[in-house]
Design a protein around this ligand. Structure first.
Ligand code: HEC
Ligand code: HEC
Length: 271
């Protein structure tokens, strides 16, 4: 028969063993920094070959008309690379990316064409350079009057000149509503669909131009953040005194239209 003290002692030893076992597992995990698993996923980046930006733009416009914005960009680039390189691109199920439509299933968060472009960057580039291409592409998208792409055969609406607007944001909501405001067309109109199809082509084209430059070793970022956002970030973002914000989106688009309005915020430090 086991005494109460003996029982507790045994339990203690078992608990200690369990603890040690657990700790040794943690140690092993920390050493390798990854969970041990026999599953082998395909690694990226995949090979990239220079593509024709105009052809990819046409393909993106056409793909948009089938399955929306994110698919538009991803399908265009993957199809073009599958044509040139074959595997592994031929196996990539581009239809997964339909989810990105209208800022993820209609939530109007990240613009689907930008979501798709970022995925392509991570498909064909190492992380650091992918991030720098994404930064440049997103900034270009925010600050450039778009769309400028003109299809040979407009599918949804044939307006000439086609209304352009600055998105001022990588968000579908802001991008679409700013276009609606400046063009007078509704968010669920044929004209807006045409606008997003052309915008998707613009984004695919710009992305491919950048990827071609990376391939040629000539890529240099050309679209810095605007000066107001740089100032805001200096007090509110990483490494700043407040560090209560993260992000690179144009701050003034939501907080104020104009930096001078910060002065009108009662308690805000004057800058
Ligand atoms: C010189 C540093 C500095 C700069 C530059 C700066 N802020 Fe601030 N901001 C602060 C401080 C400090 C606070 C908190 C103090 C307060 O609430 O009065 C603050 C508070 C805020 C708040 C919280 C709301 C409020 O009224 O307290 C918002 C939003 C904000 N800033 C947005 C911005 C934006 C947008 C920009 C760029 C246009 C910007 N800030 C630039 C220092 C700065
Ligand atoms: C897409 C719109 C949007 C953009 C762009 C944006 N913000 Fe905000 N920000 C918000 C919203 C919404 C909140 C939450 C406000 C709330 O709920 O009171 C917020 C909150 C904040 C707060 C805290 C406010 C408080 O009351 O304490 C700060 C500071 C801030 N943002 C700074 C920035 C800075 C700096 C940038 C640019 C790097 C930026 N924001 C970009 C929408 C935006």
């Amino acid at each position: 028969m086991i005494s109460r003290r003996g029982f507790l002692g045994l339990m203690g030893a078992m608990a200690a063993a369990a603890f040690l076992g657990c700790e040794s597992k943690t140690k092993t995990g920390a050493e390798t920094n990854v969970r041990t698993s026999s599953v082998k996923f395909q690694d990226v980046p995949w090979p990239y070959e220079k593509l024709d930006p105009n052809k990819v733009a046409d393909l993106a416009y056409e793909s948009y008309m089938h399955h929306h914005c994110m698919y538009g960009v991803v399908n265009a680039v993957v199809e073009a690379l599958a044509d040139k390189i074959g595997e592994p691109y031929t196996y990539f199920p581009t239809k997964i990316t339909i989810y990105g439509k209208a800022g993820v299933s209609g939530w109007a968060t990240l613009c689907g064409s930008l979501n798709g472009a970022a995925m392509v960057c991570y498909m064909v580039l190492p992380e650091k350079i992918a991030d720098s291409v994404i930064n440049d592409l997103y900034s270009w998208y925010e600050y450039t009057p778009l769309p400028t792409y003109v299809p040979e055969h407009p599918v949804k609406a044939d307006l000439s000149p086609f209304p352009k607007s600055k998105a001022n944001s990588p968000l579908c909501h802001v991008s679409v509503s700013n276009w609606c405001k400046s063009s007078g067309y509704k968010a669920f109109s044929k004209e807006r669909e045409e606008r997003c199809g052309r915008l998707t082509a613009n984004v695919a084209k710009k992305l491919v131009e950048m990827l071609n430059e990376v391939k040629a070793g000539t890529f240099v970022p050309k679209y810095p953040l605007d000066n107001v956002t740089i100032k805001c970030r200096a007090c509110h973002c990483k490494g700043s005194s407040l560090e209560d914000t993260r992000g690179k989106m144009a701050c003034w688009e939501c907080h104020t239209k104009n930096i001078t309005l910060v002065d009108e915020m009662e308690n805000h430090p004057k800058i």
